[in-house]
Design a protein around this ligand. Structure first.
Ligand code: AMP
Length: 462
């Protein structure tokens, strides 16, 4: 009996089955098994799929199945959020198309000069893989013709929306053949993805693949005996080790949070304090900087750290032993990343031993005590975070979108997309992380140039 997950159970062209075999795919992945039958029937599909799920081969096989290589016309369009992804997708589709003669595929992305793209468009390709802004531009100019498109793929649709490509996508859909199949892939399903699906899809088949049961992340715990007078030295020493580039430090009291952050800052760490006495705006700024990697060490109280939506930190340190076992368990739950071990360290002075004993009792096993030989501090060396945050005094109220900021930085300001990190747009302000070594250059260029055709005030944080 044939296995239901074998590719040859699908009505695929022999040339495609041959490619699948050459690539060594013996069985369909869950996303492929669920989406391919509907896609090959010509249905619209919306699928929740992560990178690594095999989604590229799923839509790649589907669009190649309906492709007629003898007709010189654009028949399939794949939109991706970034150039890197577009390159990967192009490569994957080329491999799947290896046994179909004369398939012409073109990658069209922003940030690349337009001239060579125009030159290669003198004959229509069969397949275009590209980023929405650039594809839209070609369709508008008439250098690309969408009238024969049979399949439109929106890959990583959630990221495209995050990057402000929603309008470009709508515009593209309005410029291509009315009757086409739309395949939408997204890692997450927020409301705006459902909205896009409603606008651009017809009665789509919905596919949600259960995420594989996550193996519990491994957390290594350490309790370290320290002399109260050497606590800060011990902390600084631990932070210069592995994980110190993105670490969360807990103090039991607000005033210690400030003092510890200041002292770390004095010693050359990109450290910030977070506690409940701060203004909301300042707290937002700290959270943004920690999440976008402009701040290496966040020193916080337990209550304030609840606002932090990061749980996969490499290193969590209790500068003070938690008052109760529950709090301790919450703290260590902030570390432990899939596939990698997280480290949770508690510094314990002799006076804190009773609290440690409580935790031991609650955990029901002996605490893992480790010695730490605290070295003399070696003067000031720098332990800076990899990124720096720029603040733009404009936000959603000014219709500013992440894509506008990315565009200004990679366009006029001359940065590469890889040098730009997380972009957070609030109602009246926006934050963008840029590679620390390029922060001054980016700031100067943003001040001199325009964002969305307008001049906004821009400054660097810290
Ligand atoms: P993707 O989720 O599209 O980024 O694909 C992740 C990886 O899985 C790629 O390296 C593909 O070559 C590979 N892959 C896709 N489909 C299969 C399959 N049916 N069997 C084994 N590997 C696959």
């Amino acid at each position: 009996m044939p296995r239901m997950t074998a590719f040859n159970t699908l009505p695929l062209k022999p040339a495609l089955l041959a490619s699948v075999e050459t690539l060594g795919y013996s069985e369909m992945t869950p996303v492929q098994a669920q989406s391919l039958p509907a896609m090959l029937e010509g249905r619209d599909v919306i699928a929740q799929a992560q990178t690594g799920s095999g989604k590229t081969a799923a839509f790649g096989l589907s669009l190649l199945q309906s492709l007629n290589a003898e007709t010189i016309r654009l028949q399939a369009l794949v939109l991706c959020p970034t150039r890197e992804l577009a390159d990967q997708v192009s490569k994957a589709i080329r491999k799947l198309a290896a046994n179909i003669p004369n398939v012409k595929l073109l990658t069209l992305c922003g940030g690349m000069p337009l001239g060579p793209q125009l030159a290669s468009l003198t004959h229509d390709p069969h397949i275009v893989v590209g980023t929405p802004g650039r594809v839209q531009e070609h369709l508008k100019r008439g250098s690309l013709h969408g009238g024969g498109i049979k399949v439109l793929v929106l890959d990583e649709a959630d990221r495209m929306l995050d990057m402000g490509f929603s309008e470009a996508i709508d515009d593209i859909v309005g410029r291509i053949a009315k009757h086409h199949q739309t395949l939408l892939f997204s890692a997450t399903y927020p409301d705006d993805i459902r909205e896009v699906s409603k606008r651009v899809q017809r009665n789509p088949v919905e596919i949600i693949v259960e995420a594989p049961v996550e193996t519990k992340p491994a957390i290594e715990q350490q309790f370290i005996d320290v002399d109260p007078a050497r606590k800060l030295d011990a902390l600084a020493q631990l932070l210069t080790g592995e994980g110190g580039q993105h670490a969360l430090v807990f103090c039991n009291m607000r005033r210690d949070v400030d003092a510890v952050a200041e002292e770390l800052d004095r010693r050359g760490f990109s450290a910030l304090a977070l506690h409940g006495d701060m203004e909301q705006r300042d707290r937002d700024e700290v959270l943004v900087q920690f999440a976008n990697r402009s701040c290496a060490v966040l020193v916080a109280t337990d209550v304030a750290a609840r606002g932090l939506d990061i749980t996969a930190l490499p290193l969590v340190i209790s500068y003070d032993v938690a008052h109760d076992p529950d709090t301790h368990v919450h703290r260590i739950g902030r570390t432990g990343r899939a596939g990698q071990t997280g480290l949770a360290i508690a510094l314990c002075t002799p006076r804190e031993k009773p609290k440690a004993a409580n935790i031991e009792e609650a955990l029901g096993r002996p605490l893992p005590w480790h010695p730490l030989k605290v070295a003399q501090p070696r003067g000031k060396t720098l332990h800076l975070a990899p990124m720096k945050t720029l603040v733009i005094d404009a936000g959603r109220q000014d219709k500013l979108r992440p894509g506008d900021i990315l565009g200004a930085l990679t366009g006029d300001a001359g940065l590469k997309a890889d040098d730009v990190g997380k972009i957070d747009v609030f109602a009246t302000r926006a934050y963008v992380a840029v590679n620390r070594s390029l922060a001054n250059k980016a700031l100067e260029r943003l001040r001199a140039g325009k964002i969305k055709g307008r001049n906004f005030r821009v400054r660097a944080l810290h």
